[in-house]
Design a protein around this ligand. Structure first.
Ligand code: CA
Length: 702
């Protein structure tokens, strides 16, 4: 059975009915059909626009908490829930899946795929999961260790499970599958470590592999898996396949049933630094591209590359939104994306033709996009590995926009983008050595570390912000914006009630007027909210749900520039609202005021520098820049093992905490390196340990 695809224009709401799903879809072509939130982005067009309008700009002030549920993990929460006929399905960190009765808030079941702890160390960007797919009474979820699992929606029992990756490599799955024409489509991540990207399709009933499309060419001495990869290989140089090449499809997909095209968003190169991947240059298809495929066969149809010769982690994995827009004298079937590179693209989704692009955040790596070719007009300084100079670049690898989904309202004609305002110093890593256990970027992580100079720190923090942008895609201009003190705010929901909902890094869920951005409602969530809210109606009552909880890439790495660090406890909670809701959250947790005794810093400056270098090779990606946690993983400056070399080495080298995701680094971190890291963290703790710990007392960091 197919999921119905509701295809909207500003004027009309029509339902397109497909093949085998005719009877079910026809029945659903009523108001009742619009009550559910049936797939990741509401429907195949991924607009995150709900036609429900019971909650509107006039009554949203009475929106209150209906119920909340405390999840059993403290890691990042990025899930976009699904709601079907009175049951809310959420996913959470470590790839868990929950079902709730919407009206009572009762947990009906939780499915735990028991992801092994060490899989956490393969995740560049926290042990997150962004959602499940639903089709015909079955849920589908990708797990961090690379499995795709079908779960009975009634009972929470596993129906089938397949391994979709080579688990000896650094693949992970954090994105939501999509179900199209009887197939479950799933990609993966891992390009920060070094893998080859692809997307796979499995039969919904049996889990049998139907097709696989590789996004980058493999070793040319072997046959290419598809004819287009022979063409793609002409855009690569050197021995790119040895490092995998990257191009992982870790998040966005959309589908147009009328054109029968599946659109996938392709990620960055591996390593980031093109000198180390494709030393003679080249566009490196299909990195940083949107690729259109036939969903039944995986056959390539067209692609559009946003960042040729990608070198800055400028993925094109961000939300792909399909809409029909009046441009000039005609209505164009378009696809819209605000990828990491900072430009907002409008593309003809029938053939991949470039229509327009404009920067939606401050951009200095390119002066614009060529209106004829759609290629960025690069600033020569951006290719840091050619100039030998650092490129302090906007946007940086966190992107002008990241995975937090944007929304489009056909009522206002505006796209609502959770935008990041940040820069990053890209510095070549001339002594690059590929490592099995660390990230392989070819960009000097130590050089990117926040200097401990007070004035520089203040300037960097002030320049690290976020905003919600309401973007007119036809005129390519900002209609309004709401400024935030931090980047990494939540995904967006737009509704026919004239509202836009968004969570914030600083612990609120907000509603704005969709037409002009006037704030009309807010709720104190007690924790950072990154995940996108969804809305649906059960027995005539409209609800709004969001999975609250801080984490993911930016908080893991950001250290001191993370807004939340040391200010707001991190907790994971499902929050559901309705008009007149009267439930109350318990009082906010207090932060720990007591610290374990701190050893004095007695190591030599040379040892501390050696420790800093190794820390920024293996540790900073999860424990934060300059040994400052961004509020997700434990802040090592508080570690009780700091004064105990035996306990320290058993954790760092031997995997004493591997069930929590802290793997044994002994294969690549020597005993003396481990001691040097300890000396560095002791020095950082003496220099900078805050009075409060960012983790709530008595809670594991799971
Ligand atoms: Ca990346």
């Amino acid at each position: 059975m197919e999921t119905c695809w509701t295809h909207r224009s500003a004027a009309a709401l029509a339902v397109i009915v497909l093949g085998a799903g005719v009877a079910a879809c026809a029945r659903k072509a009523t108001d009742e059909a619009n009550d559910n939130w049936a797939t990741y982005g509401y429907d195949y067009a991924e607009q995150r626009y709900s036609p429900l309008d019971d909650i509107d700009t006039d009554n949203v002030g009475t929106l209150g908490l209906a119920w909340y549920y405390d999840l059993d993990t403290h890691r990042g929460q990025e899930s976009s829930p699904i709601e079907e006929d009175g049951v809310l399905y959420t996913t959470s960190a470590w790839s868990k899946l929950q079902a709730f009765d919407v009206e009572s808030g009762k947990l009906l079941w939780q499915f735990d795929p028991k992801v092994p702890g060490p899989a956490g160390a393969k995740a560049c960007c926290d042990v997150v999961n962004r959602g499940a797919a639903f089709s015909d009474g079955t849920l589908f979820i990708g797990t961090l260790d690379g499995r795709l699992i079908a779960v009975d929606a009634k009972t929470g029992r596993q129906k089938w499970s397949v391994v979709t990756v080579d688990q000896s490599q650094h693949y992970t799955i954090t994105g939501a599958p999509r179900v199209v024409k009887g197939k479950v489509i799933i990609g993966n991540g891992g390009a920060e470590f070094g893998v080859r990207g692809y997307v796979s399709a499995y039969d919904v009933l049996t889990g049998a592999l139907a097709w696989r499309f590789y996004t980058v060419p493999g070793d040319p001495s072997k046959p290419f898996e598809s004819p287009i990869l022979a063409e793609a290989a002409k855009t690569w140089t050197g021995e790119w396949w040895k490092g995998g090449g990257g191009g992982t499809v870790w998040d966005a997909m959309a589908y147009d049933p009328e054109l029968d095209l599946l659109y996938i968003g392709v990620g960055n190169g591996s390593p980031w630094n093109q000198r180390l991947r494709s030393p003679g240059g080249g566009d490196n298809w299909f990195l940083a591209s949107i690729v259109a495929l036939r969903p039944e066969t995986g056959e390539y149809v067209w692609h559009f590359q946003t960042t040729p010769g990608e070198s800055w982690d400028y993925t094109a994995t961000q939300t792909i939104v399909l809409a029909d827009l009046e441009i000039g004298d005609s209505v164009r079937k378009v696809l819209m994306q605000a990828p990491k590179n900072g430009f907002f693209y409008v593309i003809d989704r029938t053939n991949g033709e470039f229509i327009s692009a404009k920067n939606f955040v401050s951009v200095n790596w390119a002066s614009g996009v060529d209106p004829q070719t759609g290629r960025p007009i690069e600033n020569p300084d951006a290719r840091f590995y050619q100039t030998g100079k650092p490129s302090i670049q906007e946007p940086g690898p966190f992107g002008g926009h990241n995975w937090q989904p944007m929304a489009y309202s056909p009522d206002t004609g505006l796209v609502y983008i959770p935008a990041n305002d940040m820069n990053f110093p890209y510095v070549d890593d001339p002594g690059f050595v590929r490592r099995k256990l660390g990230v392989n970027l070819g960009v000097d992580g130590l050089a990117a570390s926040l200097p401990q100079d007070a004035a520089i720190k203040a300037a960097v923090k002030a320049a690290t912000r976020g905003h919600l942008a309401a973007w007119n895609p036809v005129e390519q201009r900002e209609a309004w914006r709401v400024e935030y003190p931090s980047p990494w705010n939540g995904g967006v929901l737009a509704t026919a009630g004239g509202l836009v909902f968004q969570g914030t890094a600083n612990g609120e869920l907000k509603a704005y007027r969709a037409d002009n951005g006037t704030p009309v409602w807010s709720f104190a969530a007690q924790t950072g909210v990154m995940a996108p809210p969804v809305t649906y109606r059960v027995n005539g009552v409209q609800y709004v749900s969001v999975v609250a909880g801080w984490g993911g890439a930016f908080p893991s790495v950001a250290g001191e520039v993370s807004w939340v660090a040391g200010k707001l406890p991190n907790r994971s909670r499902v929050l559901t609202f309705r008009l007149g809701g009267k439930a109350k959250l318990p009082p906010a947790e207090t932060l720990i005021a007591q610290l374990p005794a701190l050893p004095r810093s007695t190591a030599s400056a040379a040892t501390i520098l050696a420790g800093k270098t190794v820390y920024h090779r293996f540790c900073y990606y999860c424990h934060g820049d300059a040994a400052v946690s961004g509020g997700v993983l434990p802040d090592l400056r508080h570690s009780s093992a700091l004064g105990d070399p035996v306990a320290w080495t058993s954790i760092v080298r031997k995997g004493a905490l591997s069930t929590s995701g802290m793997i044994a680094f002994g294969g690549e971190v020597s005993e003396s390196d481990s001691e040097a890291i300890r000396a560095y963290v002791i020095q950082r703790a003496n220099e900078s340990r805050p009075a409060l710990s960012p983790l709530p007392s008595g809670k594991k960091s799971e």
